[in-house]
Design a binder for this molecule. Structure first.
Ligand code: ATP
Length: 270
């Protein structure tokens, strides 16, 4: 479990990115932080692996304050997947995936065997292992990014707008792939997006933030859809515009999110 307790982050120039945030992130579930640009999502995510330290308050992982853990050690146990995949362009796919296992002391042979298995896990053909990132499509690069995030066999996977830079069809494939993976692996996933539909599709818990890093509402997608906390949330989910108004419906016992024209936007996991 990850817990934010009264966390505030003020940068040296005076910008308050996050203000007095409390969040409980349950294990083996996906929590999505969603909000408009500048609402503090990335700052919150980076406080989990100490790429950013809070100005006040605490971030705890399984009861331990991360401030007491060596950042390098901490990061080796937490997968991190970012937008544009963050791959090293001059290193082959296999070496990108094997980087952290090598740092952790696995032999080259072990790390490469492990990396090939991870390509299978994320649905990539092993024949791509010897290519360089620039020789892959955007969607393939993102899958390699996910494989690299999983390479340390982390309990926690942090994902910062990982599907933001690909076209809608590939994005939808990657979302489905993440749902499949999560069903198999059961990691504690913390996922950042500014896309509310993506948040409702992927999140067991959705945390909606507004500028200044304040939480406006948190809950299961069905709870937020059923009772938006205020006009900001209603506006964010489109309920005030009659446009893309998301609502819940039930088909064959499954709860489906549909838009105002009845087009399915996603299926709720629970
Ligand atoms: N190193 C920094 N120094 C000063 N201000 C910063 C720094 N990093 C982030 N900020 C500011 O903190 C606020 C929150 O930024 P953050 O990147 O967490 O937002 P975000 O919700 O992830 O936005 P986006 O969706 O655009 O990535 C913004 O106003 C940003 O300009």
């Amino acid at each position: 479990m990850i817990e934010f307790r009264g966390v505030t982050k003020q940068f040296p120039d005076g910008t308050v990115a996050v203000r007095d945030v409390d969040i409980v992130i349950p294990p083996r579930k996906t929590t999505v932080l969603v909000g408009s640009s500048g609402s503090g999502k990335t700052t919150l995510l980076r406080m989990i692996n100490r790429m950013v330290d809070p100005s006040s308050g605490q971030v705890l992982i399984d009861g331990t304050d991360v401030a007491t853990v060596d950042p390098v050690k901490l990061r080796r146990g937490i997968g991190y997947v970012m937008q544009n995949s963050g791959l090293l362009p001059h290193r082959k796919v296999i070496d990108n995936v094997a980087t952290v296992p090598l740092l952790r002391g696995e032999s080259r042979r072990e790390a490469h065997a492990h990396a090939l298995e991870l390509l299978d896990t994320v649905g990539l053909d092993r024949s791509l292992a010897d290519r360089y990132p620039g020789q892959l499509s955007g969607g393939q690069q993102q899958r390699v990014g996910v494989a690299r995030g999983l390479a340390v066999d982390p309990n926690i996977l942090l994902m910062d707008e990982p599907f933001g830079a690909v076209d809608p069809i590939v994005r939808s494939e990657l979302q489905q792939e993440l749902l499949r993976l999560q069903g198999e692996l059961g990691k504690t996933v913390v996922f950042v997006t500014h896309d509310i539909e993506e948040a409702f599709l992927l999140g067991d818990q959705v945390v909606i933030l507004r500028t200044g890093g304040e939480i406006v509402q948190r809950g299961a997608p069905s709870e937020i859809l059923a009772a938006p906390a205020d006009e900001f949330v209603a506006g964010f989910i489109g309920a005030d515009k009659g446009r893309r108004t998301l609502r819940l419906t039930e088909v064959d016992g499954r709860r489906i999110v549909v838009d105002s024209e009845g087009r399915p936007a996603g299926v709720l996991a629970q």
